[in-house]
Design a protein around this ligand. Structure first.
Ligand SMILES: NC(=O)c1ccc[n+]([C@@H]2O[C@H](COP(=O)([O-])OP(=O)(O)OC[C@H]3O[C@@H](n4cnc5c(N)ncnc54)[C@H](O)[C@@H]3O)[C@@H](O)[C@H]2O)c1
Length: 313
């Protein structure tokens, strides 16, 4: 294992507690700060429950401490990850304050979902040590973390952020430009746009869209990425298919009318029991359970594969 680092996580919510858990499970010391003390009070219990559900050593939670003082949480940190509210003003203010409290070599990272990293970090005196670290929910089950470089990020900052996330058992990738949606959400929402267009234009209903994905290329996606798939079938075949269908795909530059109509009519999805589809309580609970079981199985398989590679080397 690499030398334990000191990690500070800002925000003890859905993402913050999972991020803290991963670094602690990777052997690092973690301090978590939140302005809402109730979330700090439940932090240990939430992390212990996750670890126990995964069949992992709950003692990792001992490496996580809560703090209601920002200065104390970030003092001496090697890496600060901000997972507070998705609000540009709050994030800018946090980083401006944090900059005055940390060592000169501390890496500063934001886990924003969609705010450009350069906007968040533009007011800092030392923008070279700042970047994005976009985790996915649940943080302890989804391996990917997109490490987003801005025009100011130094190579050393980038290398340290990548290494620290790797040491926490994550799969960090380097995003070379600070573009909206980074990589994962650009790909995901390109698919969602076409999915909505298929329903909007009456080609099929929402259930059929989801069946088509889950019963076909969705099965392969976890082991065969789109460009691996293009190589598998051949770039010549890929080009031929694109010649036929690309011009016909949706190119909306705004949310589509069908989606906006769902929103304005209150069909907000599972929280309203109606969205693209209608949801009963049982259906919602069943889907949540199947998703979590699937993610846990996948994580178990990843760990088996990792253990096998270590044994073979
Ligand atoms: N939930 C997701 O799927 C997801 C995925 C990737 C990234 N993100 C991003 O991660 C961040 C956190 O999201 P979340 O889902 O954990 O939200 P959340 O509401 O569950 O947690 C946010 C926490 O930040 C705290 N907070 C708010 N302002 C603060 C401040 N000024 N200082 C310290 N703590 C503060 C809140 O009290 C809360 O505990 C957001 O930027 C979000 O967009 C979320």
């Amino acid at each position: 294992m690499s030398t334990p680092a000191r990690i500070a996580v800002i925000g003890a919510g859905m993402m913050g507690h999972g991020i803290a858990q991963c670094f602690a499970a990777g052997g690092h010391d973690v301090a978590v700060f939140d302005t809402f003390t109730a979330n700090l009070e439940t932090l240990q219990a939430r992390i212990r429950k996750n670890l126990s559900d995964l069949g992992e050593d709950v003692a990792a939670a001992d490496r996580v401490r809560s703090s209601d003082r920002l200065s104390e949480a970030v003092a001496d940190a090697d890496l600060v990850i901000e997972a507070a509210a998705e609000d540009l003003g709050i994030k800018q203010e946090l980083f401006r304050t944090i900059e005055g409290l940390v060592r000169p070599d501390t890496v500063l990272a934001s886990n924003t979902s969609a705010i450009p990293i350069s906007r968040i970090m533009e007011g800092l005196e030392r923008r070279d040590r700042a970047l994005g670290a976009h985790w996915w929910n649940p943080a302890f089950l989804i391996p990917l973390v997109e490490i987003v470089e801005t025009q100011w990020t130094s190579p050393d900052t980038l290398a340290r952020a990548l290494a620290l996330h790797k040491s926490a058992g994550k799969t960090p990738v380097h995003v070379r430009k600070d573009v909206p949606g980074f990589i994962g959400n650009r790909l995901q929402h390109a698919l969602w746009r076409e999915a909505i267009a298929l329903v909007q234009s009456g080609i099929c209903d929402a259930e059929t869209v989801d069946t088509c994905v889950k019963a076909s290329f969705g099965r392969r996606l976890a082991v065969l990425g789109p460009l691996e798939n293009a190589d598998l079938v051949g770039t010549d075949l890929t080009a031929a298919i694109h010649k036929t269908i690309l011009a016909d795909l949706d190119r909306s530059a705004e949310p589509q009318p069908y989606l906006l109509d769902l929103v304005t009519s209150g069909r907000l999805g599972m929280k309203a029991n109606q969205g693209f589809r209608t949801w009963t309580l049982e259906q919602k609970a069943d889907l949540q359970t199947r998703l979590l079981d699937h993610l846990k199985d996948a994580r178990g398989r990843d760990r088996d594969l990792h253990a096998q590679v270590i044994l073979e080397n």
